[in-house]
Design a protein around this ligand. Structure first.
Ligand SMILES: [Zn+2]
Length: 63
């Protein structure tokens, strides 16, 4: 029996993924403005979200 609901895009949860390869995300044929990582499936707004996420991680480590 499979009780896990798969209602999200497949995510591989790669801990050290640097999101080097991004694809534009489309919803019903139009671009959402989000970019999805080809490797781990994570998405964020704008082409530079991996940079912003990396900076946020650095900032969090300093506390
Ligand atoms: Zn990624």
């Amino acid at each position: 029996m499979n009780s896990i609901q798969m209602n999200e895009v497949e995510r591989k949860d790669i801990p050290n993924c640097n999101h080097a390869s991004l694809s534009k995300e489309y919803h019903l044929g139009s671009a959402t403005g989000d970019y999805v990582c080809d490797d781990c499936g994570k998405s964020g707004f704008g082409r530079n979200w991996p940079e912003q996420e990396a900076q946020a991680k650095l900032a969090a480590k300093r506390t």
